[in-house]
Ligand binder design. Structure first.
Ligand code: ZN
Length: 470
Protein backbone atom coordinates (compact mmCIF):
# COMPACT_ATOMS: atom_id res chain seq x y z
CA UNK A 1 0.00 0.00 0.00
CA UNK A 2 1.17 3.51 -0.76
CA UNK A 3 -0.08 6.72 0.91
CA UNK A 4 0.70 10.09 -0.70
CA UNK A 5 0.14 13.46 0.93
CA UNK A 6 -0.95 16.17 -1.50
CA UNK A 7 -2.03 18.76 1.07
CA UNK A 8 -2.48 19.59 4.78
CA UNK A 9 1.05 18.31 5.37
CA UNK A 10 2.91 20.87 7.49
CA UNK A 11 -0.08 23.21 7.17
CA UNK A 12 -3.81 23.30 7.91
CA UNK A 13 -5.39 23.57 4.47
CA UNK A 14 -5.54 21.66 1.20
CA UNK A 15 -6.35 18.25 2.74
CA UNK A 16 -5.86 15.58 0.07
CA UNK A 17 -4.50 12.07 0.66
CA UNK A 18 -4.11 9.41 -2.02
CA UNK A 19 -4.24 5.75 -1.01
CA UNK A 20 -3.13 3.10 -3.52
CA UNK A 21 -3.64 -0.55 -2.67
CA UNK A 22 -3.58 -3.38 -5.18
CA UNK A 23 -5.20 -1.91 -8.26
CA UNK A 24 -7.51 0.43 -6.30
CA UNK A 25 -6.80 4.12 -5.85
CA UNK A 26 -8.85 6.46 -3.72
CA UNK A 27 -8.62 9.93 -2.24
CA UNK A 28 -9.55 11.05 1.23
CA UNK A 29 -10.66 14.70 0.87
CA UNK A 30 -9.72 17.08 -1.92
CA UNK A 31 -9.45 20.49 -0.30
CA UNK A 32 -8.47 23.93 -1.40
CA UNK A 33 -5.44 25.74 0.00
CA UNK A 34 -6.58 28.85 1.85
CA UNK A 35 -5.02 31.93 3.43
CA UNK A 36 -1.62 33.41 2.86
CA UNK A 37 -0.02 34.53 -0.36
CA UNK A 38 1.06 31.05 -1.38
CA UNK A 39 -2.43 29.57 -1.33
CA UNK A 40 -3.21 30.70 -4.85
CA UNK A 41 -0.08 29.24 -6.39
CA UNK A 42 -0.60 25.98 -4.49
CA UNK A 43 -4.14 25.74 -5.83
CA UNK A 44 -2.82 26.40 -9.31
CA UNK A 45 -0.24 23.65 -8.86
CA UNK A 46 -3.17 21.44 -7.96
CA UNK A 47 -4.68 22.25 -11.35
CA UNK A 48 -3.36 18.89 -12.46
CA UNK A 49 -2.73 17.42 -9.02
CA UNK A 50 0.19 14.99 -8.87
CA UNK A 51 -1.69 12.08 -10.35
CA UNK A 52 -4.11 11.27 -13.14
CA UNK A 53 -7.56 11.86 -11.67
CA UNK A 54 -9.06 9.38 -14.15
CA UNK A 55 -7.20 6.62 -12.28
CA UNK A 56 -9.04 7.44 -9.05
CA UNK A 57 -11.80 4.93 -8.28
CA UNK A 58 -13.61 6.93 -5.59
CA UNK A 59 -13.28 9.74 -3.07
CA UNK A 60 -14.14 9.73 0.62
CA UNK A 61 -14.99 13.15 2.04
CA UNK A 62 -14.62 13.74 5.79
CA UNK A 63 -16.55 17.04 5.87
CA UNK A 64 -17.75 20.02 3.88
CA UNK A 65 -15.22 22.71 4.89
CA UNK A 66 -13.64 24.14 1.74
CA UNK A 67 -10.12 23.24 2.88
CA UNK A 68 -11.26 19.59 2.65
CA UNK A 69 -13.72 19.79 -0.26
CA UNK A 70 -12.87 22.87 -2.32
CA UNK A 71 -11.04 21.11 -5.18
CA UNK A 72 -13.63 18.34 -5.67
CA UNK A 73 -15.12 20.15 -8.70
CA UNK A 74 -11.61 20.37 -10.14
CA UNK A 75 -11.50 16.55 -10.16
CA UNK A 76 -14.64 16.58 -12.29
CA UNK A 77 -13.15 19.14 -14.67
CA UNK A 78 -10.15 16.85 -15.19
CA UNK A 79 -12.27 13.81 -15.99
CA UNK A 80 -13.02 12.09 -12.66
CA UNK A 81 -16.41 10.36 -12.88
CA UNK A 82 -16.32 8.07 -9.86
CA UNK A 83 -18.45 8.46 -6.77
CA UNK A 84 -17.67 10.86 -3.91
CA UNK A 85 -18.95 9.44 -0.62
CA UNK A 86 -20.07 11.90 2.08
CA UNK A 87 -22.71 12.15 4.80
CA UNK A 88 -26.13 13.59 3.82
CA UNK A 89 -25.50 16.74 5.92
CA UNK A 90 -22.12 17.26 4.23
CA UNK A 91 -23.83 16.98 0.85
CA UNK A 92 -26.38 19.64 1.85
CA UNK A 93 -23.57 21.97 2.98
CA UNK A 94 -21.50 21.30 -0.15
CA UNK A 95 -24.35 22.52 -2.33
CA UNK A 96 -23.98 25.91 -0.65
CA UNK A 97 -20.20 26.00 -0.14
CA UNK A 98 -18.97 24.71 -3.51
CA UNK A 99 -21.33 26.90 -5.52
CA UNK A 100 -20.24 29.89 -3.45
CA UNK A 101 -16.58 29.01 -3.99
CA UNK A 102 -17.14 28.79 -7.77
CA UNK A 103 -19.06 32.07 -7.76
CA UNK A 104 -16.24 33.87 -5.91
CA UNK A 105 -13.69 32.52 -8.40
CA UNK A 106 -15.75 33.60 -11.39
CA UNK A 107 -16.13 37.11 -9.92
CA UNK A 108 -12.40 37.29 -9.19
CA UNK A 109 -11.54 36.41 -12.82
CA UNK A 110 -14.07 38.92 -14.17
CA UNK A 111 -12.62 41.59 -11.93
CA UNK A 112 -9.07 40.86 -13.11
CA UNK A 113 -10.20 41.00 -16.73
CA UNK A 114 -11.95 44.37 -16.25
CA UNK A 115 -8.94 45.69 -14.39
CA UNK A 116 -6.64 44.68 -17.28
CA UNK A 117 -8.94 46.18 -19.90
CA UNK A 118 -8.96 49.48 -18.03
CA UNK A 119 -5.18 49.46 -18.17
CA UNK A 120 -5.26 48.75 -21.90
CA UNK A 121 -4.16 45.15 -21.66
CA UNK A 122 -5.82 42.29 -23.46
CA UNK A 123 -6.42 39.82 -20.65
CA UNK A 124 -3.39 37.65 -21.41
CA UNK A 125 -2.22 35.88 -18.27
CA UNK A 126 -5.56 36.12 -16.48
CA UNK A 127 -6.05 32.97 -14.51
CA UNK A 128 -9.47 31.45 -15.22
CA UNK A 129 -11.43 30.07 -12.27
CA UNK A 130 -10.35 26.59 -11.11
CA UNK A 131 -13.96 25.72 -11.83
CA UNK A 132 -17.14 27.52 -12.76
CA UNK A 133 -20.55 27.45 -11.08
CA UNK A 134 -21.75 25.02 -13.75
CA UNK A 135 -18.76 22.73 -13.18
CA UNK A 136 -19.32 22.85 -9.41
CA UNK A 137 -22.93 21.97 -10.00
CA UNK A 138 -22.05 18.93 -12.08
CA UNK A 139 -19.57 17.71 -9.42
CA UNK A 140 -22.46 17.70 -6.92
CA UNK A 141 -23.96 14.94 -9.09
CA UNK A 142 -21.04 12.64 -8.13
CA UNK A 143 -21.91 12.76 -4.41
CA UNK A 144 -23.29 9.60 -2.77
CA UNK A 145 -24.78 9.82 0.74
CA UNK A 146 -23.52 7.59 3.55
CA UNK A 147 -24.95 7.66 7.06
CA UNK A 148 -22.91 7.39 10.24
CA UNK A 149 -22.40 3.74 11.17
CA UNK A 150 -23.27 2.46 7.71
CA UNK A 151 -20.65 0.26 6.03
CA UNK A 152 -20.09 0.75 2.33
CA UNK A 153 -18.03 -1.35 -0.12
CA UNK A 154 -16.69 1.14 -2.65
CA UNK A 155 -14.35 -1.44 -4.20
CA UNK A 156 -13.54 -5.11 -3.88
CA UNK A 157 -11.97 -5.90 -0.49
CA UNK A 158 -12.51 -2.35 0.80
CA UNK A 159 -15.04 -1.46 3.47
CA UNK A 160 -15.56 2.05 4.79
CA UNK A 161 -17.51 3.29 7.77
CA UNK A 162 -18.20 6.95 8.59
CA UNK A 163 -18.22 8.01 12.28
CA UNK A 164 -19.34 11.32 13.79
CA UNK A 165 -16.31 13.61 14.31
CA UNK A 166 -18.23 16.36 16.18
CA UNK A 167 -16.41 19.11 14.22
CA UNK A 168 -19.10 20.64 11.98
CA UNK A 169 -22.48 19.33 10.89
CA UNK A 170 -22.01 16.03 9.05
CA UNK A 171 -18.28 15.81 9.83
CA UNK A 172 -16.76 12.35 10.00
CA UNK A 173 -13.71 10.37 10.86
CA UNK A 174 -13.26 7.35 8.67
CA UNK A 175 -12.59 3.69 9.35
CA UNK A 176 -11.29 1.96 6.23
CA UNK A 177 -10.77 -1.82 6.21
CA UNK A 178 -8.59 -3.36 3.52
CA UNK A 179 -9.28 -7.06 3.03
CA UNK A 180 -7.79 -9.44 0.48
CA UNK A 181 -5.04 -11.86 1.34
CA UNK A 182 -3.84 -12.12 4.94
CA UNK A 183 -5.08 -10.20 7.94
CA UNK A 184 -7.41 -7.24 7.14
CA UNK A 185 -5.76 -3.91 7.72
CA UNK A 186 -7.47 -0.97 9.39
CA UNK A 187 -6.88 2.65 8.44
CA UNK A 188 -8.23 5.55 10.48
CA UNK A 189 -8.51 9.07 9.02
CA UNK A 190 -9.40 11.55 11.77
CA UNK A 191 -10.55 14.31 9.40
CA UNK A 192 -11.04 17.32 11.69
CA UNK A 193 -12.06 16.38 15.22
CA UNK A 194 -14.30 18.52 17.42
CA UNK A 195 -14.15 19.26 21.15
CA UNK A 196 -16.26 17.20 23.54
CA UNK A 197 -18.96 18.87 25.65
CA UNK A 198 -19.48 21.72 23.21
CA UNK A 199 -22.87 23.02 22.16
CA UNK A 200 -24.84 22.06 19.07
CA UNK A 201 -23.10 18.88 17.85
CA UNK A 202 -22.60 15.47 19.38
CA UNK A 203 -19.21 14.63 20.83
CA UNK A 204 -16.76 12.85 18.52
CA UNK A 205 -17.44 9.13 18.42
CA UNK A 206 -14.78 6.97 20.11
CA UNK A 207 -11.99 5.67 17.91
CA UNK A 208 -11.82 1.94 17.13
CA UNK A 209 -9.53 -0.05 19.47
CA UNK A 210 -7.01 -1.22 16.83
CA UNK A 211 -5.59 0.51 13.76
CA UNK A 212 -2.67 -0.27 11.48
CA UNK A 213 -2.46 3.20 9.98
CA UNK A 214 -3.62 6.46 11.52
CA UNK A 215 -3.76 9.97 10.06
CA UNK A 216 -4.45 12.42 12.87
CA UNK A 217 -5.11 16.15 12.56
CA UNK A 218 -3.07 18.51 14.76
CA UNK A 219 -4.51 22.01 14.18
CA UNK A 220 -4.29 22.75 17.93
CA UNK A 221 -1.83 19.98 18.73
CA UNK A 222 0.33 22.44 20.67
CA UNK A 223 -2.24 24.18 22.85
CA UNK A 224 -5.23 24.03 25.17
CA UNK A 225 -8.45 26.00 24.64
CA UNK A 226 -9.73 28.38 27.30
CA UNK A 227 -12.59 26.97 29.39
CA UNK A 228 -16.17 27.65 28.29
CA UNK A 229 -17.26 29.56 31.46
CA UNK A 230 -14.59 32.22 30.74
CA UNK A 231 -15.99 32.61 27.23
CA UNK A 232 -19.52 33.02 28.58
CA UNK A 233 -18.38 35.65 31.12
CA UNK A 234 -16.71 37.59 28.32
CA UNK A 235 -19.86 37.50 26.17
CA UNK A 236 -22.03 38.64 29.10
CA UNK A 237 -19.58 41.50 29.78
CA UNK A 238 -19.58 42.58 26.12
CA UNK A 239 -23.38 42.68 25.91
CA UNK A 240 -23.69 44.45 29.29
CA UNK A 241 -21.20 47.15 28.36
CA UNK A 242 -22.68 47.70 24.89
CA UNK A 243 -26.22 48.02 26.25
CA UNK A 244 -25.08 50.43 28.99
CA UNK A 245 -23.41 52.60 26.33
CA UNK A 246 -26.41 52.38 23.93
CA UNK A 247 -24.31 50.95 21.11
CA UNK A 248 -24.46 47.90 18.84
CA UNK A 249 -22.63 44.61 19.22
CA UNK A 250 -21.13 43.22 16.02
CA UNK A 251 -20.08 39.55 15.93
CA UNK A 252 -18.06 38.48 12.85
CA UNK A 253 -18.64 34.76 12.48
CA UNK A 254 -17.97 31.83 10.20
CA UNK A 255 -21.24 30.93 8.53
CA UNK A 256 -21.04 27.19 9.10
CA UNK A 257 -20.80 26.05 12.69
CA UNK A 258 -19.72 29.15 14.57
CA UNK A 259 -22.89 31.14 13.84
CA UNK A 260 -25.10 28.32 15.11
CA UNK A 261 -22.86 27.89 18.18
CA UNK A 262 -23.09 31.59 19.05
CA UNK A 263 -26.89 31.55 18.71
CA UNK A 264 -26.93 28.54 21.06
CA UNK A 265 -24.68 30.21 23.65
CA UNK A 266 -26.69 33.46 23.61
CA UNK A 267 -30.02 31.61 23.95
CA UNK A 268 -28.62 29.46 26.76
CA UNK A 269 -27.38 32.56 28.64
CA UNK A 270 -30.90 34.04 28.34
CA UNK A 271 -32.48 30.78 29.51
CA UNK A 272 -30.18 30.74 32.55
CA UNK A 273 -31.10 34.41 33.12
CA UNK A 274 -27.51 35.56 32.84
CA UNK A 275 -28.76 37.82 30.04
CA UNK A 276 -32.04 39.70 29.64
CA UNK A 277 -34.23 38.69 26.66
CA UNK A 278 -32.42 39.31 23.37
CA UNK A 279 -33.06 39.95 19.74
CA UNK A 280 -30.27 38.84 17.44
CA UNK A 281 -29.86 39.52 13.71
CA UNK A 282 -28.08 37.01 11.49
CA UNK A 283 -27.01 38.93 8.40
CA UNK A 284 -25.28 36.54 5.98
CA UNK A 285 -26.94 34.52 3.22
CA UNK A 286 -24.55 31.64 3.80
CA UNK A 287 -25.05 31.65 7.58
CA UNK A 288 -28.80 31.64 6.98
CA UNK A 289 -28.48 28.64 4.66
CA UNK A 290 -26.14 26.81 7.06
CA UNK A 291 -28.54 27.40 9.96
CA UNK A 292 -31.45 26.10 7.88
CA UNK A 293 -29.45 22.97 6.99
CA UNK A 294 -28.48 22.48 10.65
CA UNK A 295 -32.12 22.61 11.74
CA UNK A 296 -33.03 20.16 8.96
CA UNK A 297 -30.80 17.53 10.59
CA UNK A 298 -32.10 17.41 14.18
CA UNK A 299 -30.78 13.86 14.69
CA UNK A 300 -27.22 15.22 14.41
CA UNK A 301 -27.71 17.74 17.23
CA UNK A 302 -26.87 16.92 20.83
CA UNK A 303 -29.65 16.54 23.40
CA UNK A 304 -28.84 19.90 25.08
CA UNK A 305 -29.37 21.68 21.78
CA UNK A 306 -32.66 19.90 21.10
CA UNK A 307 -33.81 20.93 24.63
CA UNK A 308 -32.77 24.51 23.98
CA UNK A 309 -34.59 24.61 20.63
CA UNK A 310 -37.76 23.42 22.42
CA UNK A 311 -37.28 26.13 25.04
CA UNK A 312 -36.85 28.76 22.31
CA UNK A 313 -40.07 27.62 20.67
CA UNK A 314 -41.91 27.74 23.98
CA UNK A 315 -40.51 31.22 24.81
CA UNK A 316 -40.59 33.13 21.52
CA UNK A 317 -40.20 36.49 23.25
CA UNK A 318 -37.07 35.59 25.19
CA UNK A 319 -34.72 34.94 22.30
CA UNK A 320 -35.64 36.26 18.88
CA UNK A 321 -33.42 35.44 15.92
CA UNK A 322 -34.08 37.40 12.76
CA UNK A 323 -32.45 36.17 9.55
CA UNK A 324 -31.83 39.08 7.21
CA UNK A 325 -32.58 37.88 3.71
CA UNK A 326 -32.00 40.70 1.23
CA UNK A 327 -29.53 43.51 0.74
CA UNK A 328 -32.18 46.13 1.60
CA UNK A 329 -32.68 44.52 5.01
CA UNK A 330 -28.93 44.48 5.52
CA UNK A 331 -28.65 48.16 4.59
CA UNK A 332 -31.47 49.05 6.99
CA UNK A 333 -29.56 47.28 9.75
CA UNK A 334 -26.52 49.46 8.98
CA UNK A 335 -28.60 52.46 10.04
CA UNK A 336 -29.57 51.10 13.48
CA UNK A 337 -27.75 53.20 16.07
CA UNK A 338 -28.21 51.20 19.28
CA UNK A 339 -29.38 47.94 20.80
CA UNK A 340 -28.65 45.63 17.85
CA UNK A 341 -26.69 42.39 18.13
CA UNK A 342 -25.56 41.48 14.62
CA UNK A 343 -23.91 38.19 13.65
CA UNK A 344 -22.47 38.42 10.15
CA UNK A 345 -19.87 36.80 7.88
CA UNK A 346 -17.16 36.48 6.86
CA UNK A 347 -15.58 35.29 10.08
CA UNK A 348 -12.27 37.06 9.44
CA UNK A 349 -14.00 40.30 8.32
CA UNK A 350 -12.43 40.32 4.86
CA UNK A 351 -15.56 39.78 2.78
CA UNK A 352 -19.33 39.82 2.94
CA UNK A 353 -21.83 42.01 4.76
CA UNK A 354 -19.75 42.19 7.95
CA UNK A 355 -17.60 44.84 6.27
CA UNK A 356 -20.56 47.25 6.04
CA UNK A 357 -21.44 46.70 9.70
CA UNK A 358 -17.85 47.30 10.73
CA UNK A 359 -17.62 50.46 8.64
CA UNK A 360 -20.67 51.86 10.42
CA UNK A 361 -19.91 50.71 13.94
CA UNK A 362 -16.12 50.66 14.37
CA UNK A 363 -15.81 54.48 14.59
CA UNK A 364 -18.35 54.67 17.45
CA UNK A 365 -16.95 54.20 20.96
CA UNK A 366 -20.35 53.09 22.28
CA UNK A 367 -20.27 50.00 20.03
CA UNK A 368 -18.45 46.69 20.50
CA UNK A 369 -17.04 43.96 18.29
CA UNK A 370 -16.88 40.43 19.63
CA UNK A 371 -14.24 38.31 17.89
CA UNK A 372 -15.10 34.65 18.45
CA UNK A 373 -13.04 32.82 15.84
CA UNK A 374 -9.60 32.23 14.43
CA UNK A 375 -8.16 35.28 12.63
CA UNK A 376 -5.40 34.56 10.13
CA UNK A 377 -2.51 36.98 10.02
CA UNK A 378 -3.13 39.70 7.46
CA UNK A 379 -6.93 39.59 7.85
CA UNK A 380 -8.96 42.62 8.94
CA UNK A 381 -10.14 40.62 11.96
CA UNK A 382 -6.55 40.01 13.00
CA UNK A 383 -5.73 43.72 12.80
CA UNK A 384 -8.69 44.44 15.12
CA UNK A 385 -7.54 41.77 17.59
CA UNK A 386 -4.04 43.26 17.49
CA UNK A 387 -5.43 46.63 18.56
CA UNK A 388 -5.01 48.64 15.34
CA UNK A 389 -6.63 52.07 15.73
CA UNK A 390 -7.14 52.71 12.03
CA UNK A 391 -8.23 50.19 9.38
CA UNK A 392 -9.22 50.48 5.73
CA UNK A 393 -12.58 49.17 4.53
CA UNK A 394 -13.58 49.53 0.85
CA UNK A 395 -10.41 51.56 0.44
CA UNK A 396 -11.47 54.20 2.98
CA UNK A 397 -9.88 54.88 6.37
CA UNK A 398 -12.07 53.83 9.31
CA UNK A 399 -10.97 54.78 12.85
CA UNK A 400 -11.40 52.03 15.45
CA UNK A 401 -13.08 53.49 18.54
CA UNK A 402 -15.41 50.57 19.31
CA UNK A 403 -14.36 48.18 22.08
CA UNK A 404 -12.91 44.91 20.71
CA UNK A 405 -13.58 41.75 22.74
CA UNK A 406 -11.74 38.54 21.91
CA UNK A 407 -13.16 35.29 23.25
CA UNK A 408 -10.86 32.31 23.00
CA UNK A 409 -12.98 29.37 24.11
CA UNK A 410 -14.84 28.62 20.91
CA UNK A 411 -13.14 26.27 18.54
CA UNK A 412 -14.43 23.58 16.22
CA UNK A 413 -11.16 21.68 16.72
CA UNK A 414 -10.09 19.47 19.60
CA UNK A 415 -7.12 20.87 21.54
CA UNK A 416 -4.07 18.84 22.49
CA UNK A 417 -5.67 17.27 25.56
CA UNK A 418 -8.80 16.27 23.63
CA UNK A 419 -6.82 14.81 20.73
CA UNK A 420 -4.74 12.73 23.15
CA UNK A 421 -7.89 11.73 25.03
CA UNK A 422 -9.49 10.53 21.78
CA UNK A 423 -6.39 8.51 20.86
CA UNK A 424 -6.38 6.79 24.27
CA UNK A 425 -9.26 4.77 22.79
CA UNK A 426 -6.66 2.86 20.75
CA UNK A 427 -5.49 -0.11 22.81
CA UNK A 428 -2.06 -0.21 21.19
CA UNK A 429 -0.09 2.26 19.06
CA UNK A 430 -0.91 2.05 15.34
CA UNK A 431 1.91 0.58 13.30
CA UNK A 432 2.12 3.85 11.36
CA UNK A 433 0.93 7.23 12.61
CA UNK A 434 1.02 10.34 10.42
CA UNK A 435 0.45 13.74 12.01
CA UNK A 436 -1.21 15.97 9.45
CA UNK A 437 -3.36 19.14 9.22
CA UNK A 438 -1.26 21.38 11.46
CA UNK A 439 1.29 24.16 11.13
CA UNK A 440 4.78 22.65 11.37
CA UNK A 441 5.26 23.74 15.01
CA UNK A 442 1.85 22.44 16.14
CA UNK A 443 2.37 19.09 14.42
CA UNK A 444 5.84 18.49 15.83
CA UNK A 445 4.78 19.52 19.36
CA UNK A 446 1.88 17.11 19.03
CA UNK A 447 4.14 14.28 17.81
CA UNK A 448 6.29 14.88 20.90
CA UNK A 449 3.17 14.75 23.11
CA UNK A 450 2.22 11.41 21.53
CA UNK A 451 5.61 10.06 22.53
CA UNK A 452 5.61 11.55 26.05
CA UNK A 453 1.98 10.90 26.98
CA UNK A 454 1.17 7.72 25.05
CA UNK A 455 4.60 6.26 24.41
CA UNK A 456 4.07 6.23 20.63
CA UNK A 457 7.38 6.04 18.78
CA UNK A 458 6.47 5.38 15.15
CA UNK A 459 5.05 8.83 14.43
CA UNK A 460 5.84 10.71 11.23
CA UNK A 461 5.28 14.25 10.00
CA UNK A 462 4.78 13.86 6.25
CA UNK A 463 5.66 16.71 3.95
CA UNK A 464 3.74 18.01 0.95
CA UNK A 465 3.99 15.61 -1.98
CA UNK A 466 5.59 12.81 0.04
CA UNK A 467 4.67 9.17 -0.75
CA UNK A 468 5.14 6.44 1.81
CA UNK A 469 5.14 2.69 1.10
CA UNK A 470 3.81 0.65 3.99
ZN1 ZN B 1 -12.86 21.51 9.15
Amino acid sequence: MRISFFGAAGEVTGSCTLVETGDVRFLVDCGMFQGGREARSKNLRALNFGFDVRDIDFVLLTHAHIDHSGLLPRLGVLGFRGPIYATPASIDLLEVLLLDSAHIQEKESEWQLRHQHRRGKNGVGIQPPLYTVIEAQSSLGLLRPVNYGETIHPAENINVRFHDAGHILGSSWLEVTLGGEGRPRKLVFSGDLGMRKRPVLNDPEKVIPEADVLLIESTYGDRLHRPMPETEDEIVAAIGRTNACHGNLIIPSFAVGRTQEIIYILADLVRRERLAPLKVYVDSPMANAATRITLAHPALLDSETRDLLEWMEAHPNKMKVEFVADVEGSRALNQVRSGAIIISASGMCDAGRIKYHLRENLPRSECSVLIAGFQASGSLGRRLVDGTRLVHIFGEPVPVRARIYTVGGLSAHADQAELINWLRGLHSPPRHTFVVHGEAAASSTFAQALDEQLGWKNVRLPHQGESVEI
